[in-house]
Design a protein around this ligand. Structure first.
Ligand code: PMP
Length: 421
């Protein structure tokens, strides 16, 4: 027996025996989700950080409608099409110079899988078959598929649960000062013969708890990767397209990784699409007279025209609407309205970066109670781990964002008292 009204649906990360029954969504509009029973919720998390232009943006809807009539899908093996060509060129144009070869896939996890395969095959194509390991970081999250899980934080990535099945990687602390930087460089130096690459979420480790690091830390990791001659993979899936205050987070450190992973907001949240983008150095290592040297990956729906049309329309919006300015306004409002909550008992840290606001607490208990309280306040907000966070659509109004922060300000102290009873 479960609480879920539809017995055939199996929900993500959900104990199906005793989970709260899910709410039924009927439609979306702007920053809002309309439920079946007519209630409207302000989406404080942009549908897992995707709906950056708000829902149902008419420009994206129109582009998808046009594409739908012409060609919703065609295979990408041996065929290309204008929406994918256009999108690949636009991404290469807008990414930091050097990232120019775009491999499409359908989700962020797969974009990371492809990046990892690309890195391993980059070395095997050059006759080096021992470089099969990756360095990644505590607190990181890169997806739920198996290789991606292996580079996640051991707890978040549930390494214990899948021990023996996941490849073992070097999951290290992020180097934050001279001492930890030396240690980090030493691990790279002594294991470089086995290491294909380093995988990092630039500037914000999102699903691992909205943990922010400085551009200096990112630069340090990039220079250590270059010195050790291992590839650098920046997983931008969560922070790409202005979320961390610049079009791509890597811009703030002025670095160009060998491979970047894009996803989530790539289509403005309308439909799944992801991309793994490589430099010419990486791409050229796959050019050969040997057919086996080709990149051995090809998802059935890669380069889906409908998704590419949505992404092209989303790129138009980044060119024509003031997203970076909106993110800056959201950032200052989040600081103004969240930082006063630092005195609430149980709150251990408040972090804001771009359109990301997180309140860390000592222990996140009564999760179902919290979620229900937020829904009752008209806000769709999903605390996890030990953070209550918001990543709103960039088009959210000041008033709507205040409804989110006021709900947090009103509910958090009650949660805190409840916890300490
Ligand atoms: N990388 C990062 C940084 C992510 O935050 C996520 C998803 N939260 C993924 C990869 C995986 O993306 P997807 O869920 O689309 O597979």
């Amino acid at each position: 027996m479960t609480n879920i009204p539809t017995p055939h649906i199996w929900l993500p990360y959900t104990q199906m025996r005793n989970a709260l029954p899910p709410l039924r969504a009927r439609k979306t509009t702007g920053s809002r989700i309309v439920l079946d029973d007519g209630r409207e919720l302000i989406d404080a998390v942009s549908s897992w950080w995707t709906a950056c232009h708000g829902y149902n943006h008419p420009h994206i809807v129109a582009a998808m409608e046009r594409q739908l009539r012409d060609m919703p899908h065609v295979m990408f093996g041996g065929l290309i099409h204008e929406p994918a060509e256009q999108l690949a060129a636009r991404l290469a144009n807008v990414l930091p110079k050097g990232l120019e070869h775009v491999f499409f896939s359908d989700s962020g996890s797969v974009a990371v899988e492809v990046a990892m395969k690309m890195a391993v095959q980059f070395w095997t194509n050059q006759g080096d078959r021992d470089r099969t390991k990756f360095v990644s970081f505590q607190g990181g999250y890169h997806g739920d598929t198996l290789a991606a899980m292996s580079v996640c934080d051991p707890e978040e990535g549930m390494h214990a649960l899948f021990k023996g099945y996941l490849p073992e990687q070097f999951v290290l602390d992020l180097p934050r000062d001279a001492e930890s930087a030396d240690k980090f460089r030493e691990v790279l130096r002594s294991n470089r013969d086995q290491i294909a690459g380093i995988v990092i979420e630039p500037l914000v480790q999102c699903a691992g708890g909205m943990k922010i690091h400085t551009p200096e830390t990112l630069r340090l990791v990039a220079s250590a990767a270059a010195d050790a001659n291992v590839l650098l993979i920046c997983d931008e899936v969560a922070v790409n397209f202005c979320r961390a205050g610049t079009m791509f987070a890597i811009e703030q450190a002025g670095i160009v990784p060998d491979i970047a992973c894009l996803g989530k907001a790539l289509t403005g949240g309308a439909i799944g699409l992801a991309a793994t983008v490589a430099t010419a150095d990486v791409f050229n290592a796959f050019l050969s007279d040997d057919a086996q040297a080709a990149l051995m990956h090809g998802p059935t729906f890669m380069g889906n025209p409908l998704a590419c049309a949505a992404a092209n329309a989303s790129m138009d919006l980044f060119e024509t609407e003031p997203r970076l300015a909106q993110v800056a306004v959201i950032e200052s409002q989040l600081r103004r309205e969240l930082e006063p909550l630092s005195g609430v008992a149980g709150v251990t840290d408040i972090r804001v970066k771009g359109a990301i606001g997180a309140i860390e607490v000592d222990e996140l208990h009564s999760l179902d109670w919290l979620k229900t309280e937020f829904v009752n306040a008209g806000v769709w907000l999903r605390p996890f781990g030990n953070v209550i966070y918001t990543m709103p659509p960039f088009v959210i109004t000041e008033g709507e964002l205040s409804i989110i922060t006021s709900a947090i300000a009103e509910i958090l102290p009650r949660w805190s008292v409840r916890a300490r009873r």
